[in-house]
Design a binder for this molecule. Structure first.
Ligand SMILES: NC(=O)c1ccc[n+]([C@@H]2O[C@H](COP(=O)([O-])OP(=O)(O)OC[C@H]3O[C@@H](n4cnc5c(N)ncnc54)[C@H](OP(=O)(O)O)[C@@H]3O)[C@@H](O)[C@H]2O)c1
Length: 233
C-alpha cells in the first residue's frame, strides 16, 4: 500500500512517454500530480487528457528544466497547486545518436542540460519542500545506457552514466533528512525518444510507470536505490 502522506508528485517531462504514463497511473492511484515539459502545447494537451482521470488532481506548466530560474518558477507553481511536495520524478530527457565528430557544442549542451543539469536543478530547488514531507522521495530516470555505452552515445551515455553517479551521491547527501532516492534504469522503451518503437519489441511506458508506483509503495525505512528493467520479448 502507498504511504498515506506521500501523495503530491511533480513529474518533469510529463507530457509524453514514460512521464505521461506515470502521471496517468499515479492519478488512478489517488495521487495529486503536477507535470512540466518544454513545449506549452504538449503540456496543455496532456493535462486535458489527464483531466479525464481526475480533473482536480492534475495541473502543470511549461518549463525547460535546464534553466535554473525557470525551474524555480515552475516549482513555486507546483507547490501552490499541490500544497506541498512529497515526490519529485526527474524524468525529462532527450536522446539522439551522433558521433563525436558530428555532434556540436549546442546539441551537447542541450542534451546534458536537459538530462543531467535538469535533474540537478529540480532536485536542488525541491529539497526545502521535500524536507517538510513525512515520506519524501526523488525518483531519477536513468537508463541501461548509464551502464553500457553505444556508438554515437557520447552525449546520451555521458548524461545517463552521470545520472547514475548523481543519484547515488544524492541518496548519501539526503539520507540524513530521510529523503529517499531511487534510480530507475530501463532498457529500450517504446516512446518517441527511441528508434526502438518501430520494432515493437521494447518495453512500454506503462511498464516503467508500474515500477515507479511499486517503488513508492515501500515503507519509509526502505530505500530502493536502483532498479533495472528490460524487455522480455
Ligand atoms: N525511451 C527509452 O528507451 C528510454 C530508456 C531508458 C531511459 N529513458 C529515459 O526516460 C525519460 C523519459 O523519456 P521517454 O522515453 O518517455 O521520452 P519522451 O516520450 O520523448 O518524453 C520526454 C519528456 O521530456 C520532456 N522534455 C524534453 N526536454 C525537456 C526540457 N528541456 N525541459 C522539460 N521537459 C523536457 C518532453 O516534453 P517536451 O518535448 O514538451 O519538452 C517529454 O515530456 C528520459 O529521461 C529518457 O532518457 C528512456
Amino acid at each position: 500500500m502507498i504511504q498515506k502522506m506521500s501523495k503530491n508528485v511533480l513529474i518533469t517531462g510529463g507530457s509524453s512517454g514514460i512521464g505521461f504514463a506515470t502521471a496517468k497511473l499515479l492519478l488512478k492511484n489517488g495521487f495529486k500530480v503536477f507535470i512540466c515539459s518544454s513545449n506549452i502545447d504538449k503540456v496543455n494537451k496532456s493535462i486535458n487528457n489527464l483531466k479525464k482521470i481526475n480533473k482536480s488532481s492534475i495541473s502543470g506548466s511549461v518549463c525547460d528544466v535546464a534553466n535554473f530560474l525557470a525551474v524555480k518558477d515552475m516549482i513555486l507553481k507546483a507547490i501552490s497547486f499541490l500544497g506541498g511536495l512529497d515526490i519529485l520524478i526527474n524524468n525529462a530527457g532527450v536522446g539522439f545518436k551522433k558521433s563525436i565528430e558530428d555532434i556540436d557544442f549546442i546539441e551537447w549542451n542541450k542534451l546534458i542540460g536537459t538530462n543531467l543539469t535538469g535533474a540537478f536543478n529540480c532536485s536542488k530547488i525541491s529539497i526545502p519542500y521535500l524536507k517538510k514531507s513525512k515520506n519524501p522521495q526523488i525518483i531519477n530516470l536513468g537508463s541501461r545506457s548509464g551502464r553500457y555505452s553505444f556508438e554515437g552515445g557520447t552525449a546520451y551515455n555521458a548524461s545517463k552514466f552521470g545520472m547514475q553517479g548523481f543519484s547515488e551521491a544524492l541518496y548519501l547527501d539526503l539520507k540524513k533528512y530521510k529523503i529517499k532516492v531511487t534510480l530507475i534504469a530501463p532498457g529500450s522503451v517504446n516512446t518517441q525518444l527511441t528508434e526502438e518503437n518501430k520494432l515493437k519489441k521494447a518495453l512500454k511506458p506503462e511498464d516503467i510507470a508500474k515500477v515507479v508506483v511499486d517503488t513508492l509503495g515501500h515503507k519509509t525505512h526502505s530505500n530502493v536505490n536502483w532498479i533495472e528493467i528490460r524487455s522480455n520479448y
